[in-house]
Structure formats: structure tokens, C-alpha cells
Design a protein around this ligand. Structure first.
Ligand code: ATP
Ligand code: MG
Length: 495
């Protein structure tokens, strides 16, 4: 691509990403972004807090790489489908606004941005990343701490086969020092070299940081969440209800089951309504693992999350449509809906909506509004903790869910009971809270003899770090009674 605008030095454009940002994107980079963008290190590792300008700098690095040479390929891998899409959307938005990058074409389906010079930027979720890796000039891994070691070990050699290729790893802090993100980050901090350099950007580094807002978060968020998401530091986990290790041990890269492929599989659903925030839906099922975990668990059941979704600022009516659609495709034994606070009205609307569509559903699904109090939280999260410790639940590698669970803190009451702390700023733990709701439905003592006839063509089998096995394409075991515990029946208050 040749620079065509007056007053722009084409050589400097090629040599200097910061000059490129100013002239082509139209806004200069901040100092710390400039330092990062200009670094020639083979691996650039960034551990960053929220809103500090990481997306901006990732997009500038991607666009600059694609701009200065023909036929280069930039690949963006991210933990979640949404977040990898977001990086590409940022790139496409900036390219659209810049006269020098006009002519770039975004293929939404392929998540591919193609430039006039033949260069491309493509984004793919981590789950699909296995097959790629050839001829990548710049690899950007967003939320790298949440990418599995297996995937990284498979991808890294093929990227580094090209001598000119570069790697950018960006993430909020997560994981042990044996994970590639943390170990590369520490290497680049402790002994920076031409190979590895690291940057640490707490949110307060941003020149436009809203310090009043950050102070408010310091007061109202759980200390663990503040330390990881704002200060961008690993915590010593004091007070964490779920440790990072406990959570990581339960994670596997299995494929979630989209509602349209569920064909009536049995699950229970939990709903958390957000206020000016996210709405979340989480499904829990019994894992159809046949003989896979029999050696470990005999006839005790293993649970997993076949599906979850969270929508930022989605109107309640649209979210209710989504839940209704999921309820038509899965065989839901119950929809548990938080009805205190903002949940009261939408829970009622949902109830009517589900009743009205009962002729379209595979089974009768009660909507159960529940009031969430501390006792319920302690019991739901407590049930999750027990299953985690027993290796009887498998979680998807979902960064937001894992972070929210890890951010929960607890305190001991004077009587020795455990009390989960509810942050003042409620509404940020939407996925964790929706999961807590379904955990309350687990009939912990329910057991079933695993049949001896493994399903043919079950495909690849994955093992969590804790040793629990799960097919890469799992299915729900049709054991509705394992998901129908009625809370507090003995106390007469039902649900
Ligand atoms: N160099 C810059 N000049 C002006 N504004 C910038 C610059 N870099 C980032 N910003 C602005 O700062 C805000 C945060 O930037 P960005 O979205 O890149 O941060 P982030 O760290 O990716 O945030 P999040 O944690 O929400 O993903 C945005 O409003 C963005 O427009
Ligand atoms: Mg961002």
C-alpha cells in the first residue's frame, strides 16, 4: 500500500507504528502504548487491567503489520468467540475510518479482514484454533491466560517456524506460573531480551482513567476482583472462596452444546437478571460419561455446563426471547429465576411466556422464581465447591465465568459458619450467580449405575487437570431427578 496523503512520510509510516497510529488511525498512542508497539521483541507480553487501552494497541499492531507489507497474515486467537470478534471489529472500524486503509473488506462470516495489498487479519476463537498456524506473521492471543496449555503447545511451533513472525500475548492475570502466559510474562519482566519483553499496565496508567470510578470499585468490588482486573496483579488468594487451582482443575476444552443442537437434552437452567449490566443464563446437566469416570467415581454422577450465555445491556424482552428459544430446544426440568431486586418483573413475564409456549416445548418446564439471600448463596456455592473438590463437575474454559467465581470472597462468622460476601455493586457476577442458582438444584446424593455400552464414535476424550474425563463433544445424561432437588423442603418453604 502506498501512502497517498500529503504530509505523510511513507518511510516513517513503515518504520514506526506510533507514527502510523497518528497519521493513519488519526489518534496518537499514549507513551506506554508506543513503547509496546515499537518493541521488536519476538514475544511481547502484556498483563493489563480494564480500560487501559489494550484493544487499541492490539488493533494498531495488527493494522500496522498488515499495512506495511503485502500478503502478510495476522491471526487473532481469543478465549471467547465474542472477544476475538471484538479485536477484529476494532481493526475493521479503524480501517473504515482511515482514508489510507479504505478498500479493506470485512467478511463477517469468516471473521476475515482483507486489505488491498493482499494482507489479512483473521480472528478465531481458541476452540477452532487447532487446525491453523501455518504462515502467520503476527499472532495475537487475547486473554492468553485463559488459553489451554495443550492448544498453545500445538500452535507455538508452527508459528515460530517463520523467522520473522511475532507473538503478542495479552491478558488479565490468571493461572499458575507453569501456564505459558504467566511464565512468559515473568520471563519478560525478570530478564527482558530480544526474545521476550513484558509490560504491566494497571488501569490507573491510562491518562483518561476515571480515578473516582476506580476508587468506587476499590470500595465496592471484591478485593480479588479489584486486584486482578484493575491492578492487573495475581492475588495471594486470601479470602478467595474458590481458588484458581480448584477452578482450573475442573476445566476442559469441551464443546458447549448450542440450543439448536440440543435436541431435548436434559438440563436445569439458572437465570440472573442484570440492571444496566449483563443478563446471564447457565445450564447444568449430568454428564453422559458412561464408563469414562467409573474408576474414579463409581456410580456417583459427574455434572457439566452444556450451555451458558451472557448478554451485555440486552433489553429484558430480548433476553426473555432468548431463554424461551433455549427452553424449546433443551429439555429443561426447571428454569430458576432470581426474583429479588430487578428480577421480579422479568421473572413474571418469563413465567407467562413459558406457559404460553408450552405447546412448542419438549416437556413441561416450571419457572421457579427464587429470592437470593445469603443462605441460598452459601448453599449453592457450597454445593459447587464440594463437586469441584470431588472432581465431579467439569467447567468450560470460559474466562468471564472463571474470573467471576474466583472473585467471590468469604468470611467466617463468629459461629464458625462460612458467609459468601456479596459485593455492594451487585450485578457483576451474573454468570457466577446463574450457576449458583442451578447448583441449588443438584441432588447431591443421587447416583446411577453407569452402563457398560460405550456409545460408538464418541470422539475424542478430554481429561481435566483434576483427572475427570469428558468427551470433547459431550452429551447430557437423561437423569432429570438428579437436577430436581427442592431446596428447604424440610423447612416448609419449598423453593
Ligand atoms: N491512544 C489513545 N488515544 C485516545 N484514546 C484512547 C487511546 N487508547 C485507548 N483510548 C480510549 O480508551 C478507552 C479504553 O481503550 P481500550 O478499549 O483500547 O481499552 P481496553 O484495555 O481494551 O478496555 P477493556 O478492558 O474494556 O477491554 C477507549 O475509550 C479508547 O477509545
Ligand atoms: Mg478491550
Amino acid at each position: 500500500m502506498s501512502a497517498t496523503l500529503a504530509g505523510i512520510d511513507p518511510d516513517q509510516l513503515i518504520d514506526d507504528p506510533a507514527y502510523f497510529a497518528e497519521k493513519v488511525i488519526g489518534e496518537p498512542l499514549w507513551d506506554y502504548q508506543t513503547d509496546f508497539a515499537r518493541s521488536p521483541a519476538r514475544y511481547r507480553v502484556m498483563c493489563a487491567g480494564r480500560q487501559v487501552g489494550k484493544s487499541r494497541v492490539l488493533a494498531v499492531c495488527a493494522l500496522h503489520t498488515a499495512f506495511i507489507r503485502s500478503n502478510v497474515h495476522v491471526l487473532v486467537i481469543s478465549n471467547g468467540e465474542d472477544s476475538s470478534k471484538r479485536v477484529l471489529d476494532d481493526c475493521a472500524g479503524m480501517a473504515r475510518r482511515s482514508p489510507l486503509l479504505r478498500g479493506s473488506v470485512l467478511d463477517d462470516q469468516k471473521q476475515l479482514l482483507t486489505f488491498a495489498n493482499g494482507s489479512t487479519i483473521q480472528s478465531i476463537p481458541a476452540s477452532e484454533a487447532r487446525a491453523r498456524g501455518n504462515s502467520i506473521d503476527l499472532l495475537i492471543v487475547d486473554e492468553a491466560a485463559f488459553i489451554s496449555m495443550n492448544l498453545w503447545q500445538a500452535a507455538e511451533p508452527s508459528i515460530l517456524a517463520r523467522t520473522e513472525s511475532r507473538v503478542i500475548l495479552a491478558s488479565t492475570p490468571w493461572g499458575s506460573s507453569s501456564h505459558f502466559f504467566r511464565s512468559k510474562y515473568l520471563e519478560g519482566l525478570g530478564s527482558p531480551s530480544a526474545r521476550v519483553r513484558s509490560w504491566h499496565w494497571p488501569s490507573t496508567a491510562s491518562p483518561i482513567a476515571d480515578h473516582e470510578l476506580i476508587d468506587e470499585w476499590r470500595r465496592t468490588w471484591s478485593p480479588i476482583k479489584f486486584k486482578t482486573e484493575i491492578e492487573a496483579e495475581w492475588t495471594d488468594e486470601t479470602g478467595a472462596y474458590f481458588t484458581m487451582e480448584e477452578l482450573d482443575n475442573a476445566v476442559a476444552d469441551y464443546a458447549l452444546i448450542p440450543p439448536e443442537q440440543a435436541h431435548g437434552q436434559t438440563a436445569v437452567a439458572g437465570i440472573d437478571w442484570g440492571f444496566n449490566d449483563s443478563n446471564a443464563l447457565v445450564l447444568l446437566g449430568v454428564l453422559d460419561d458412561q464408563e469414562l469416570n467409573r474408576g474414579k467415581h463409581l456410580d456417583e454422577l459427574v455434572y457439566f455446563l452444556p450451555w451458558l450465555e451472557a448478554h451485555h445491556r440486552m433489553p429484558y424482552s430480548d433476553f426473555i426471547d432468548r431463554i424461551a428459544a433455549v427452553a424449546r430446544e433443551y429439555g429443561l426440568v426447571r428454569l430458576i429465576s432470581e426474583s429479588n431486586g430487578v428480577g421480579q418483573m422479568p421473572s413474571q413475564v418469563l413465567l407467562r411466556r413459558i406457559e404460553n409456549q408450552c405447546h412448542l416445548m419438549r416437556q413441561w418446564t416450571p419457572v421457579t422464581p427464587v429470592t437470593t439471600d445469603n443462605r441460598r448463596k452459601t448453599s449453592g456455592y457450597g454445593a459447587l465447591k464440594v463437586l469441584l473438590q470431588q472432581g465431579r463437575i467439569v467447567l468450560p474454559r470460559h474466562a468471564e465465568l472463571l474470573k467471576q467465581l474466583h472473585a467471590l470472597t468469604y468470611e467466617m462468622t463468629p459461629t464458625g459458619a462460612v458467609r459468601i460476601e456479596v459485593p455492594e455493586a451487585a450485578g457483576h457476577d451474573d454468570l457466577a450467580d446463574a450457576l449458583m442458582q442451578v447448583m441449588c438444584a443438584v441432588e447431591g446424593n443421587f447416583t446411577s449405575w453407569r452402563p457398560d455400552n460405550p456409545r460408538p464414535n464418541r470422539g475424542k476424550i478430554l481429561t481435566t487437570p483434576g483427572g475427570t474425563r469428558i468427551p470433547e463433544k459431550p452429551r447430557c445424561w437423561d437423569l432429570p431427578h438428579a437436577l430436581m432437588r427442592v431446596r428447604g423442603r424440610d423447612k416448609g418453604d419449598g423453593w
